[in-house]
Design a protein around this ligand. Structure first.
Ligand SMILES: Cc1ncc(COP(=O)(O)O)c(C=O)c1O
Length: 385
């Protein structure tokens, strides 16, 4: 079996599995907020995890808030930064055309509440147009409540100039959040060096348990209580913490730190795969080919061959990839990310996303190449659209 959908969800990392089995056997279990000895032991374990996460993510333990994942983190950040801002005249939100639906739908929710939403266009290579961001920031000086532009795209893997964006926003005295869900665990990242005000991590994207995540904030005091409850997480998120889950994030991040040198090999193998597929099928399009991309993903299309048909062919040989096409009434559509890059439906319908992990065997690319070649040749004869 070849699992090539890490951008969707990474399998639980081997170190995490081993840690959890041991941890479940040995305990302790308790409420980390209890004052008795066991509670304090559990709290200490969780705070150690916070410390480890902070060290690897380049921030301070006091800048981390544990939660359930990126969707919650995004909602929490938007809520904190937009609450009461209309009344202050800060009525503009700037985002981009390549955001994940967790940002798109949250931004739309606030647009319906009266905010003006400005969406930065995308260059054909999948990079957000920085000039547009500057124009938007200059258009309404002092009125921008939040800039929210992702750091790496979940479909294309294109890495955005998030440090430049942070610098620009700093000059305009405007808070910036970047959805770093896909970047962390797939590329080096330091919150401090990023210059960002807020970033997020999703546990299941890095090999930790699903339902775990965290927010990084320059100053956690700028967040507002999102879930009201028993005062946990500095009163910013009520509810007993998922301490076991939080510990798995520290283990997964440690695994990334110890293995990140393998990213270069993965990138070289990805480039070899792309070169081979282009040679075999000269009309193949590689999304974001000339942009900086995550080493672990490639997003390709052979116009005329439907991506979902390719996915089914690959799955019949136990190779699990995804396409970007959402289906409504069985009508395949080009994803909004690709549309914002100006990709035509002919190409957009054909995409297949191959996303691997840090330690995926490199020869998986050879197996995927052989199978996709057979699929393209077979489907090319019957032309799926
Ligand atoms: C870029 C991006 N942002 C946010 C999310 C949502 O993350 P979670 O599943 O942790 O809520 C995802 C997950 O697919 C993602 O890829």
């Amino acid at each position: 079996m070849i699992y090539a959908d890490y951008n969707g969800s990474a399998p639980i990392c081997g170190d995490v599995k081993e840690y959890l089995i041991n941890r479940l056997e040995k305990g302790p279990y308790s409420n980390p907020n209890a004052i008795h000895h066991l509670g304090q032991k559990v709290l200490m374990g969780m705070e150690n995890a916070r410390f480890t996460c902070s060290k690897i993510l380049g921030c301070k333990p006091g800048q981390i808030l544990f939660n359930s994942g990126s969707t919650e983190g995004i909602s929490h950040i938007f809520y904190s930064l937009l609450c009461g801002k209309l009344e202050e005249g800060k009525n503009v939100i700037i985002t981009s055309g390549i955001e994940h639906s967790a940002v798109v739908k949250t931004a739309k929710y606030y647009e319906e509440k009266g905010f003006t939403l400005k969406v930065c266009p995308t260059l054909p290579n999948g990079v957000v147009n920085m000039e547009a961001l500057e124009v938007y920031l200059n258009e309404t000086p002092g009125n921008v409540a939040l800039v929210s532009i992702m750091a790496a795209n979940n479909e294309t893997g294109v890495i955005q100039p998030y440090k430049d964006m942070a610098e620009l926003c700093q000059k305009h005295d405007t808070p910036i959040f970047s959805d770093t869900t896909q970047l962390i665990g797939k590329a080096d990242f330091s919150f401090e060096e990023s210059g960002l005000d807020y970033a997020v991590l999703s546990g299941h994207k890095i090999g930790a348990l699903t339902g775990t995540g965290l927010i990084m904030a320059k100053d956690l005091n700028n967040l507002k209580p999102f879930i009201i409850g028993g005062g946990q997480e500095k009163d910013l998120r009520g509810g007993t913490q998922n301490y076991l889950g939080n510990e798995t994030m520290a283990v997964a991040l440690n695994y990334f730190k110890d293995n990140s040198h393998k990213l270069e090999d993965l990138k070289i193998k990805r480039e070899e795969f792309e070169a081979k597929i282009k040679e075999a099928f000269p009309t193949v399009v590689i999304m974001g080919e000339d942009a900086p991309r995550l080493a672990s993903s490639t997003y390709i299309s052979l116009p005329g061959i439907h991506g979902q048909a390719v996915q089914i062919e690959l799955e019949s040989e136990e190779i699990y990839v995804t396409t970007s096409s959402a289906c409504s009434d069985n009508e395949p559509v080009t994803s909004k990310v690709l549309k914002s890059m100006g990709v035509t439906d002919d190409v957009g319908r054909g995409v297949v996303r191959i996303s691997l992990g840090l330690c995926s065997p490199l020869d998986w690319y050879d197996k995927i190449f052989d199978t996709i070649t057979r699929a393209y040749n077979k489907l090319g004869k019957i032309k799926s659209y």
